[in-house]
Design a protein around this ligand. Structure first.
Ligand SMILES: Nc1ncnc2c1ncn2[C@@H]1O[C@H](COP(=O)(O)OP(=O)(O)OP(=O)(O)O)[C@@H](O)[C@H]1O
Ligand SMILES: [Mg+2]
Length: 301
């Protein structure tokens, strides 16, 4: 639920404007959409809630615990990868709403890839194949010398060291293992999963949520996808567990087969990344999600 301060957005201020956005307006000229109530969220993720925002746009309002520098990073990363010709939503600006930062994005109307494939036979196999192809295409994109994205190794180390549920006796060997893995020179998304790939109404795939984008080894990026799927919590009822395990396995089998076929990379180079990336994931989760990742880490160490 949204509280009063959050839903009344007449105090919204355009902080940064891009393209057709409202550059440099004063509060008295606050554009119409900044004075609307937000209404119900269209969707909700770990770091933000998404609301409709005028014609053809959404607003991604970050949760209060997200650091402003990370919001600015997501915006900058999204523009950087758009310049490389990657399929991402256009960034329309940055505003402040009820004390929280929010990015205005082009609205992508066809839903997530999971929703778009709902009800289709072989749904998870198709989904895996589509994401495997898209991920290989992303990693094949030539990088420009002048572009600026964080270093993957640095980011992963930071996350492993921040993972509160990781004991020191586990943390140190994992950081050492990270240091022994290749650096890589490719654009990596950092959180590539089916809900971060949307479909436009004309059927194109659009990749969102670039907050964790880095330059690094593509197989660390593939490991992240594997960890998210295999290390997710399971429901209590055994019948539901069986169903979810089947879905995960169909998705991953198709995703990995397609990715390695398309990219020409070696599948045996993926394995060493898995525990390192699972440990980094621990910095983002708590409760049942953290227990699931810790169990998974114990199995893949
Ligand atoms: N540009 C957009 N157009 C339409 N829907 C969007 C757009 N951006 C995000 N969404 C919807 O909002 C959801 C959450 O967005 P997003 O992934 O950016 O949030 P997040 O909090 O960073 O997510 P995560 O849980 O992956 O960290 C998406 O899965 C999608 O359903
Ligand atoms: Mg997301």
């Amino acid at each position: 639920m949204l509280d009063e301060a959050d839903t009344r957005v007449h105090e919204g201020r355009a902080l940064v404007a891009c393209g057709e956005c409202e550059a440099g307006r004063s509060d008295s000229e606050t554009p119409l959409e900044l004075r609307q109530d937000l209404g119900a969220a269209l969707a909700s993720g770990r770091t933000a809630e998404i609301f409709a925002w005028g014609e053809g746009r959404v607003i991604k309002r970050f949760r209060h615990w997200v650091r402003p520098e990370d919001v600015l990073a997501e915006m900058a990363h999204c523009k950087t990868v758009a310049d490389l010709g990657l399929p991402v939503p256009k960034v329309r600006g940055l505003v402040e709403l009820g004390g929280a930062l929010a990015i205005v994005f082009e609205r992508i109307d066809g839903g997530t890839t999971v929703e778009a494939s709902a009800g289709k036979p072989l749904r998870y196999t198709r989904l895996g194949k589509g994401l495997g192809e898209l991920h290989a295409t992303l990693h094949a994109t030539p990088v420009r010398e002048t572009m600026s994205l964080p270093d993957q190794r640095h980011r992963l180390r930071e996350k492993i060291e921040q993972a509160g549920s990781l004991s020191e006796s586990m943390c140190l060997p994992l950081v050492a293992r990270l240091d022994s893995l290749p650096s890589g020179d490719r654009v990596c998304h950092g959180d590539f999963h089916p809900e971060n790939v949307l479909r436009s109404t004309d059927g194109r795939a659009v990749i969102i949520d670039w907050i964790d984008a880095t330059i690094g080894d593509p197989l660390a990026d593939v490991a992240r996808t594997v960890v998210l799927i295999e290390g997710g919590p399971l429901p209590d009822r055994w019948i539901d567990r069986v169903r979810i395990r089947r879905r995960r396995s169909a998705f991953l089998k198709a995703y990995l087969r397609t990715y390695f076929r398309r990219s020409g990379r070696r599948r045996d180079h993926l394995r060493p990344w898995i525990p390192v990336v699972a440990a980094a994931r621990l910095s983002e989760v708590e409760g049942a999600d953290a227990v699931a990742v810790l169990d998974y880490l114990a199995r893949v160490m």
